[in-house]
Design a protein around this ligand. Structure first.
Ligand code: KG4
Ligand code: ZN
Length: 368
C-alpha cells in the first residue's frame, strides 16, 4: 500500500505491506516513511500559513513519493517510477480532516496515480489513521522503535494532536465509538498557543515541554476546566489562564499586549508557566483516559497524534494505568504517511471497498 499524506504542513509518502502470519496473526510492515516537514518555512509566521502550505506540497509531493518508492524497493533504484508502481497494489490517501488547499494536493496526486497506474484507492480519515501508526510492528528501516505486538481489541485510543483531542473506543477495525472530544481547542493547539505567549518557537509542544523540565509545576495553580460529558475536554480556558498569569507576572493586567510578554518574562517565569500549564493539560488527559479505562476495560490502550510524543504524558499514563502501554516511535506520532498506508492496508486486507478515483473529493471537516 502506498500512502500519501498532505493534510497540514508535512508532505509525506510511505509504503507498507500487510500479511497473515501463522503465529503472530496479521503483521503490518513499514517499507518506507518519507516526510518533508515545512516547519522551518512556517516558523517565521509562528504557525501554519495555509496558502504557503499548499504551495509547498505542490513542490514536494512528487519527489517525496519517488523517495518513498525508492526506499521501499531499493532493487529498482535505477528503474522508472512505472516499474516501482507495478509493485504497489493500492493507494491510500488522506481525505480529511485538514486544510483544504493542502489536502487537495495529496488527493489529486493520488487520483492521478490511481488512474494512470490503474490502482484502487482508499480515502483515509487522518485522525483515525493516527491510531493505526500503533499497528506497525515491523520495519527494515533503521532508527525506529516499534511496539513488539499490535494493540488488541477492544482498544481505547487517546488521540491528541494539533487539531484533535478525543477518546475513542474501537471494538474492532473500523468499528468505533467516540467517547468524547474537545469542545474548543485541541491540546496540541493549546501547547502551540502557550508557546506563542512565552515567545517559544513553533511547533509549541516540543519547545514548551523542553523548558517545562526547568520549571516548577506547582508554581501556578491553573484550573482544570469543567465540561459536560465525562470524556469531553476543553483547553481554551487553560490557555487564557496562562495568558492572564503571564500578564500578572510582568506586573500588567489583561490589557497588556501578549506580544510584550516574551521579552518581559524571565526565563524562570517562562519555565514555571510552561511546567504548570503542562501539568494541568497532562493531568486532564490522564484523568479522563483512566476513567474510560475503568468503565470500558479495554484489552489495549494507545496514544496517538503529535502530543503522544510528550514525555510527561507518557510517564503519567504509564504510572496511572494498570496496563502496559506500548508507545510507537516518536516519528510515527507526528504526521506521516506510514499511518495512512497502514489504515489503507487494513482496509484492503479486510475487504473494505475501494473508492472510484473519478469521484473522490477532499473532506476538510471529516469527523470520526
Ligand atoms: O499529529 P500532529 O503532527 O499534527 C496534527 O494532526 O495536528 O500534531 C501536531 C501537534 C502540535 O500541536 C505540536 O505542538 C504537538 O503535536 N506536539 C507536542 C509534542 N510534539 C508535538 N505536544 C506536546 N509535547 C510534545 N513533545
Ligand atoms: Zn495529525
Amino acid at each position: 500500500m502506498l500512502g500519501i499524506e498532505t493534510s497540514c504542513d508535512e508532505t509525506a509518502a510511505a509504503v507498507v505491506e500487510i500479511s497473515q502470519h501463522p503465529h503472530s496473526g496479521v503483521v503490518c510492515r513499514m517499507l518506507s516513511n518519507t516526510v518533508v516537514s515545512q516547519i522551518d518555512i512556517h516558523k517565521a509566521f509562528g504557525g501554519v500559513v495555509p496558502e504557503i502550505a499548499a504551495r509547498s506540497h505542490i513542490e514536494a509531493i512528487l519527489p517525496v513519493i519517488d523517495k518513498a518508492l525508492d526506499t521501499a524497493f531499493p532493487f529498482l533504484h535505477d528503474e522508472p517510477v512505472k516499474e516501482k508502481m507495478a509493485l504497489i497494489d493500492a493507494i491510500a490517501v488522506t481525505q480529511g480532516a485538514g486544510l483544504g488547499g493542502s489536502l487537495l494536493i495529496g488527493l489529486q496526486t493520488a487520483r492521478s496515480l490511481a488512474l494512470t497506474a490503474d490502482k484502487p484507492i482508499y480515502p483515509i480519515n487522518h485522525v483515525e489513521s493516527h491510531v493505526y501508526a500503533n499497528f506497525i510492528t515491523e520495519t527494515p528501516l533503521k532508527g525506529y522503535q516499534l511496539p513488539a505486538k499490535p494493540p488488541r481489541f477492544p482498544l481505547l485510543a487517546l488521540i491528541v494532536s494539533g487539531g484533535h483531542t478525543q477518546l475513542v473506543l474501537f471494538e474492532d477495525y473500523f468499528k468505533y465509538q467516540l467517547l468524547g472530544k474537545t469542545q474548543d481547542d485541541a491540546v496540541g493547539e493549546a501547547f502551540d498557543k502557550v508557546a506563542k505567549i512565552l515567545g517559544l518557537p513553533y511547533p509549541g509542544g516540543p519547545s514548551v515541554s523542553e523548558i517545562a523540565k526547568e520549571g516548577e509545576a506547582n508554581k501556578f495553580n491553573f484550573p482544570k476546566s469543567k465540561v459536560e460529558g465525562d470524556y469531553n475536554f476543553s483547553f481554551s480556558g487553560l490557555k487564557t489562564a496562562v495568558l492572564r498569569a503571564a500578564q500578572e507576572a510582568c506586573g500588567g493586567d489583561h490589557t497588556m499586549p501578549s506580544t510584550e510578554l516574551p521579552r518581559r518574562l524571565s526565563e524562570a517565569q517562562k519555565a514555571d508557566l510552561a511546567a504548570s500549564f503542562q501539568k494541568v493539560a497532562v493531568d486532564t488527559l490522564v484523568g479522563k483516559t483512566y476513567k474510560a479505562f475503568l468503565e470500558h476495560s479495554p484489552a489495549s490502550v494507545v496514544v496517538a497524534g503529535g502530543v503522544a510524543a510528550n514525555h510527561e504524558l507518557r510517564r503519567q499514563l504509564s504510572e496511572k494505568l494498570p496496563i502496559k502501554i506500548e508507545y510507537t516511535d516518536m516519528k510515527l506520532c507526528t504526521d506521516n504517511a506510514a499511518m495512512v498506508a497502514a489504515l489503507g492496508a487494513f482496509k484492503a486486507f479486510y475487504k473494505q471497498s475501494a473508492k472510484s478515483p473519478y469521484s473522490l473529493d477532499i473532506e476538510p471537516n471529516l469527523k470520526m
